[in-house]
Design a protein around this ligand. Structure first.
Ligand code: BGN
Length: 353
């Protein structure tokens, strides 16, 4: 009897030692936070993911390790060619209770207007993100939740612009992109512009938000198309051009009111101005689309087929050189610059004076 009690005691001590050794090896704190994260799956992301104590695949992982050194900004070294923060695919799920205030809290280095520079090195890339928008605040919140840390992982000097179409007239994505280009260039000499749909979330931080030798189509593997291109010349979703490439093709068309065709027109302009399309690999150009109904005020454009047949004749007369609009307001919000714009209607542009 005595012998078996002693055996149990020995066994108990051994198990305890193994458990302690395991905890020590993995880092006790990290493990506890990990388990808490698992149990709190439905909770707010701010509560689950604090700084570098995050679950694997969290887009915010390691960002809290970034600290501002005490040296002056002009003495900072250049950022390395490849950012050490890049780690590949991350999890894209949509926490139901997320608030804009939480997104702000998680991005302490983002300044008014949604501007960011790496605090610890001088970035060699200046990228503006242009997002056409109307009545999609819910999507915008999620996009910002993922896009800010995604861009910070790439050590970019960046700014996020929301171009909000005022009024109820039919939506015009391409014209809003034109406005975004022109207005963003007034703020800074951006080296690269990303033209970004509000409902598309990148899923891999190796998908670099920098420009290439040719206009880039970034969203080549979207979940709704089975993570492959729907057709060879598809140029919708997320694309990127340098200001030179954009000017070379006279920007984008202004006359596509409603859904469809404007992205195909842009792809035709790329070819007509003598350029090719650059693309990331299908492994990294992956995007998740936030599900939604077809928007009111963005009905299919029945004229798109006719218009596309004429792009060769129209691209030089319709674009950057002919766009008319009026900025109604420009606000520097904590996570983005909000530009509300009157772009007129199909019948022309009549500024209210
Ligand atoms: C295409 C649309 C694109 C849209 C993609 C993906 C047209 C023009 C037809 C000649 N193009 O069919 O605008 O991005 O589907 O949804 O409708």
């Amino acid at each position: 009897m005595l012998l078996s009690k002693g055996r149990y005691l020995m066994l108990f001590v051994c198990v305890q030692m193994v458990v302690m050794a395991l905890m020590y090896r993995e880092g006790y704190r990290k493990r506890v936070v990990y388990f808490l994260g698992v149990f709190r799956k439905g909770g707010t992301p701010a509560a689950v993911a604090q700084g570098n104590l995050t679950r694997p695949g969290d887009v915010y992982a390691n960002l809290s390790l970034i600290v501002k050194p005490s040296m002056r900004e002009e003495d900072l070294p250049f950022c390395p060619e490849k950012s050490p923060l890049i780690s590949g695919p991350f999890r894209v799920t949509f926490p139901p209770m997320l608030t804009m205030a939480e997104v702000e809290q998680k991005n302490p280095f983002v300044r008014a207007g949604g501007r960011y520079k790496p605090p610890d090195c001088e970035s060699t890339h200046r990228t503006a993100i242009i997002i056409p928008h109307r009545n999609r605040e819910h999507h915008l919140k999620y996009l910002l939740y993922f896009l800010h840390p995604f861009l910070q992982r790439q050590q970019l000097n960046y700014g996020i612009y929301i171009i909000h179409q005022a009024g109820n007239y039919t939506f015009n994505r391409a014209k809003l992109l034109n406005v975004g280009f022109k207005e963003a260039m007034k703020d800074e000499d951006w080296g690269c512009m990303f033209y970004h749909d509000v409902d598309l979330i990148p899923e891999d931080d190796r998908n670099l938000y920098t420009c290439d030798k040719y206009p880039k189509h970034a969203s080549i593997a979207m979940d709704k198309f089975g993570y492959k291109l729907p057709y060879k010349t598809y140029f919708g979703g997320v694309s990127a051009l340098t200001p030179e490439q954009y000017m070379k093709m006279n920007g984008f068309p202004n006359n596509y009111w409603g859904w469809g065709g404007e992205d195909d027109d842009i792809a035709i302009r790329v070819a007509l101005s003598g350029m090719l399309i650059s693309r990331p690999s299908v492994q990294v150009g992956r995007y998740k689309m936030i599900k939604h109904e077809h928007d009111k005020g963005n009905e299919e454009n029945p004229k798109r087929f006719n218009m596309l047949a004429k792009t060769r004749r129209t691209w030089k007369q319709d674009g950057m050189n002919t766009m008319e609009y009026e900025v109604l307001s420009k606000e520097f919000r904590p996570l983005y610059t909000n530009i509300t714009v009157d772009i007129g209607s199909e019948k022309g542009f009549h500024p209210k004076t």
